[in-house]
Every structure is written in structure tokens, then in C-alpha cells.
Design a protein around this ligand. Sequence first.
Ligand code: BGC
Length: 438
Amino acid sequence: MIARMATNPLPQFPPGFLWGVSTSAHQIEGAADRRGASVWDAFTAEPGRVKDGSTAAVACDHYHRYREDVALLRDLGVDAYRFSVSWPRVNSPGGLDFYDRLVDALREAGVRPVPTLFHWDLPLELDWLDRDTASRFAEYVSAVVTRLGDRVDKWITLNEPAEHTLLGHALGAHAPGERLLFDALPVAHHQLLAHGLAVRALRAGGAVDIGIANSHGPTWAASDRPEDVAAADFYDVLLNRLFADPLLLGSYPEGIADLLPGDVPADLEVIAEPLDWYGINYYQPTKVGAPEGAEIEFGGLTLPAELPFTVRELEGYPVTDFGWPVVPEALTELLTGFAERYGDRLPPVVVTENGCSYEGLDDQERIAFLDGHVRALHRASEAGVDVRGYFVWSLLDNFEWAEGYARRFGLVHVDRDTLERTPKASYQWLRDALRARG
Ligand code: BGC
């Protein structure tokens, strides 16, 4: 497999295309004693919330080992590194110093720093149900851009507000562990408002290249039956349109605005602040059918009977160790579908996350996964979608939220006892492929 790849390097994307890898603060940094608490600290402290009972108090200890990790990035040869800034750390004395050091080390290594300003680790004293959290976010973003803006020239506001709303506030599977179902909608709105205010704060601080990392995926109806198609359309609104329409069109999908608090038209003006690029995290498509009147277990989630849809197993595809179907062609479909839906309102697209969990150092399945998805991305580019980058999730095996350390998404293996880093076959493959690009 490796030999085949060596003679068959990465497809050619337009000049300026960014190859990168992604991580997030809570999942890798550790050094929990050097920052304030986040909703994830409180969540993981509750018995039964995280499968293996682990916490991110140490994680990959990236806070102390960042130099070694930057060396891994340099040797990998990526153009850019997407990491997140921990809001609770920035709120603590000296917290920004760490990001100062990290950004300097990355620049010295020739790797472009691309910070995400919120990747789910909300300071414990805050709550997205509270509208004021959006303004607090903008204040924090101002502090970060003031400090790092002279050395950072590409920014991401939020990571996956959809998952944070759905898993954290609607279904209770992630922090803060609320199970509000549709009453969680204000959480989505307040994060989007926070995004818009953050774009303004970043621009006021001189930033020029601003995007978001939203998670999206095609929604496939379980059959042609009208009830299944309607359920799939509804799910498409929840996962895709609820988070993309306000940003790109300045409006919510029909029926949503009436359910939201506040002066929604005024907020939408803020939310729709023009973006320089649009980040998409893609993992898998979802098969959706009509409700069946019963609670279902899916992918570790308990979906209540009252939801107007059910999520079904997608059969006929290989699956990762997480059980997620591997469907690279759905990435092409997603991107061409986005370009069709949003037309010239869609700015250039960057895939800000794509990856898979597999065990083992000789991770040939990960190589096949990444190769397949990069080629699917290239097909979208050839079909006319303005694609500007691809970031692998993730550099390191890390704290995979409610799954604890059981899922390994890294190009680099991290030993849970010694924290020793060992590059996997996929790391070597990507490094060779990036070198072969010239
Ligand atoms: C998140 C990451 C997570 C990855 C794999 C994305 O939803 O942004 O934090 O580790 O998926 O589950």
C-alpha cells in the first residue's frame, strides 16, 4: 500500500492549497492545573459520563511537550496547524503566554498557525443558553487577537456549533450534559451570534482571513417513501442548514426563527458578517428515516422517541473502529451540493477536519481513508468547487470526548502510560506524499 502511494502522490490542487492537521486544546493540552475549569472538567468528573472514566487533566500533556509536537509537524511537512485556544486558560493569569510560545515555535518551524477560538471547552461559569455569553466570547476574542494578531493571519471562530448544541445541550452526551431536545435551539443561536461578534472583534483587531469550522454531511433518506424523505429533510435542516443558512444567506431555514429568543433579524445581520472562507468538518453521511415511535440507540447516543426522525445504520460500507461508515464519495457530494445550494454566497471552502479512528501503528486503513477522501475532495475541486485546504483530524491520539482515550484518531500514536509519541504508517505516508508534491 505504501509503495503504491509513493508512485501515486497526492492529487494536484490549485496553488496556495493548504495541507494541515487539526487538534483542540481540551483534547491534547492537559495542564488542567494551569487554567480555569471548563464545562468538560465538570462533565468528566460525573461518574458514567466518559466511557473509560478518564479525564483530560493530562491528555497528551501538549502544554509541556509542545516543542516535540511542533517538531512532528515540521517533519510531517504540513503547511498549517489548526489548534484551539482554551478560553478557560486565557482567563487564567499568564494563560495567553502558552499560545504566544506555541505560535512562535510554529512560525520558526515554518508551519502556519491557524487557531480556533472555541472548541467546546466553555468556562464553567458560562452557559450558552445565556445570550450574554456571546458578548463575553467577543471580549475574549479581542484579547486573543490583540496578543497574537501580529503573528497569526488565519483564524477560525467556532468549532462545530452543531455538535456542541446537539450532543452537549439537546441529547446530554457531551458537556454540559443537558438534555433539552428542541429547547436547546437558543444555544445554537447564541453560538452563531458569538461567531458574528467574534468576526467583528477579529476584524477590529486587524485580522483578515477569517472562517468557521462547521460540521456537515449529506443526509440520505432511508427510502423514497415521503415520510422518510421528509424526515431526512428535517435532519438536513438540523445538521446543515441551521448552521450554514444564517452565515451564508443571513436567514434561518423556515420555521426556525419563530422558535428563537431576542431580535432575530438584528442578530442575523451580525451572524452573516462576510467570511473569507468556510470550513467544513466531514466524517460521514447519515441515513435518516421516519420516526418509529420508540427510543433508539445509535452510535452511543440514546435518541428519544419524540424526535421527528430516526437515524439508521448505513450498510454496505467499511467502518472505522468507531463504527463510522467510510464513504469518501459523500464528501464530493457534500461539497458540490453546498456549491449548488449557496452559489456565489459560498466563500472558498477548506476541509478543516477529516479523519478516522483505527487502532495500531501500521494503520493502512487510515492511509486508505485519507487517500480516498483527498481524491474525493479533488473531484469536488475539478467539478468547480473552490477548495483551498485539507486538514487531517488529528495529529495525535487524544481525549476523544465521551469516548475517553478509547478512540485513536492520530497520525501519531500516544502511549497512555508514558505519553511517548510514535509516528504511525499514516504519518509516514502523508509526509512522503507532501514531499513528493515538491
Ligand atoms: C470534533 C473533534 C472530534 C472529532 C472526532 C469532531 O466532531 O471537532 O473534536 O475529536 O470530531 O469525533
